[in-house]
Ligand binder design. Sequence first.
Ligand code: ATP
Length: 774
Amino acid sequence: MPPANGVPAALPGKKRRIGVMTSGGDAPGMNGCVRAVVRMSIARGCEAYGIYEGYEGLVQGGKLIKQMKWSDVRGWLSEGGTLIGTARCAAFRERPGRLQAAKNLIVHGIDALVICGGDGSLTGADILRDEWQGLLKELVSNKELNQDQVEPFKHLNIVGMVGSIDNDMSLTDATIGCYSSLSRICEMVDVIDSTASSHQRAFVIEVMGRHCGWLALMAGVSTGADFVFMPEKPPSENWEAQMCSLVSKHRKLGKRKTIVIIAEGAQDRSLNKIPPTKVKDLLSNELGLDTRITTLGHVQRGGSPCAYDRQLSTLQGVEAVQAVLDATPETPTPVISVIENKIVRKGLIEAVKATHEVTNAIKAKNFDRAMLLRDAEFVEYYNTYLMTTATDQPRLRLNKEKQMRVAIIHVGAPAGGMNSATRAAVAYCLSRGHTPIAVHNGFPGLCRHHDDKPLGSVREVKWLDVEGWASKGGSEIGTNRGLPDEDFAQTAKCFELYNFNAVFIIGGFEAYTALSQLRTARSDYPAFEIPMALLPATISNNVPGTEYSIGSDTCLNALVGYCDAIRQSASASRRRVFVVETQGGKSGYVATMAGLSIGAMAVYTPEEGIGIRMLARDIEHLRQSFAKDKGESGAGKLILRNELASKVYTTEVIANMIAEEAKGRFESRSAIPGHVQQGGTPSPMDRVRAVRLAVKCMQHLEEYAEKSRDEVVADKMSMSVIGIKGAKVVFGSMKDLESTETDWKARRPKDESWLKLKATVDILSGRPKPEDCC
Ligand code: ATP
């Protein structure tokens, strides 16, 4: 029988009714997806429908499918879990359940479906897509709907978004929620670290991930764990002896604690589960270590999403709506993925197939294939982990002629991840037979001398010196803004004195400037004719040659935490606006990305500047929003202003202008988080990327080991900057970057890839466009 109320007529033109649902295990960031899909749909003239409780809502229909308005998703970015609910739905696994789901979609006039879930949910979506035509035919033949009713729904557009803490989906580097979960795990391991060290204990920490070892591996990389067990790369046949030998080696070197991370799906090469108790017994009985097991459990799922998951979910939600609007009947069903820094569309069928292939490869004990199928980055992290954890690997050691003395130096302000990068570089050097040399307190530290005698700021580093640095914030070797041109001659003399064969610089725009100076001075000082690489590390993320500097994610997390607290205060007092001043120098990156992560009403950047009309427009918008506000929660507003966005319109001036114009109808305050933005403990994303990029830099420097000075000078890549650009990790030659990509005056890249995201912040906060008013 046709439904009593009939099927709603299709929306005019290309406008769609877009259903959005969350499914499978909950993951932090799912609410950000729903918010972005709902608001972007409305902004594009479409209607958005929330499908509550996952596929259960689709099968049951009725009240579980509701139209969602703009204000329904207010304040959702900071909420953990999923506010529209999720469920494991057995009925949807069977065709009758899916028939009911199809009918419910049509009854509500929904012609596009955005699903955020794990591989199971997307498999279900793929089956629904595959059966769709057959389901419509069946609905007509059963006389549940008639041909006219189903006709407008011949093509159901499905778009997948991967929301899962496990990061177990192929064809994407990250799933929504995985970095929040990793943050929680690292937080816990960091806490356990201190007690383990105090009592010289060993801890076996079990983490989630089902059949995927991503969380375990990344937790191992981020925290410098001694051993990691994961399903797709079971340890060797004699793993018991191997693990005990490695742990005792670490202990002999002076390590006071042992951390073993074990994925819940860990197994041996015969696919027998390796339980944490077995590992504990080995450590206790074979090595006599006082060993405890900690199972982290559901804390790994909960809590507010980290900054990255808020950005990822928002940008993917926006892309999902765009994919719906771009779709033609011929368009293959996409899943929205992220590769390095780029949001991309991949085929849902291919992604589901590749994910299942991993499972099959594991079942067939083809572990190398399983690793390869996860993704290239995963394998790289695994190799990096091995290289930076094991202390003595004769297999990796280079011949004497290829061994180098590598200087490691921090320049500029501290940034989260500098220590992780240094630790990784040192461990890499030691495993290859190079000599890592820490230069304390930057270039001024290098040059410090008394009566022509160096003052001991340059020291060879041992494994134990850096072993505990994986999770440390700040700069353990000390950083300094001083540049080589303060004393080129002395700098060159010190390069020779310490016999540097390669230099690894970690830092922000100052570090970039330092490398540029050393390059230009090569013609006068032969000591600089050695390979040098820069790993960009700055909270401002303003280094040319990369879209991502380590430290910027830590900064965003610190800022997001600060803004969440402030927003709560602003919401509690209902009618309050906070103008928050962010760091970032002359780059608006931090302000914009924080704006995206917290749902700021407006973001003021140096790139755009601040004008009186802009302020008038925003104040008018505030006036109207507060006038409409009926006192619902989440009504507090935030404006983010970069510290150098305007000389005249300071943070306080803006807050005062708003208060003056509000005429008592709402309040306004300014807030300056200042150096809180450098963050305390580095975020896991900064830690893992620091490790990976540092190792890549070392490998790059190593390529010059046997080259003559002339060959080094002739190769422009011998002085380069590592960067993440779009979907790739690349080295850019300093020579090219200086001339083509650097805005020296504004101390930022000429082309800032994130600039286009500002429009997204504005759309999702409902900020009026200039042409819409005044
Ligand atoms: P997570 O990775 O967090 O566990 P998931 O999406 O993989 O998330 P599942 O429990 O596997 O979680 O799947 C969620 C829901 O998707 C299931 O309860 C079921 O309704 C649907 N689903 C899963 N697999 C299929 C399938 N093969 N056919 C139809 N529906 C499926």
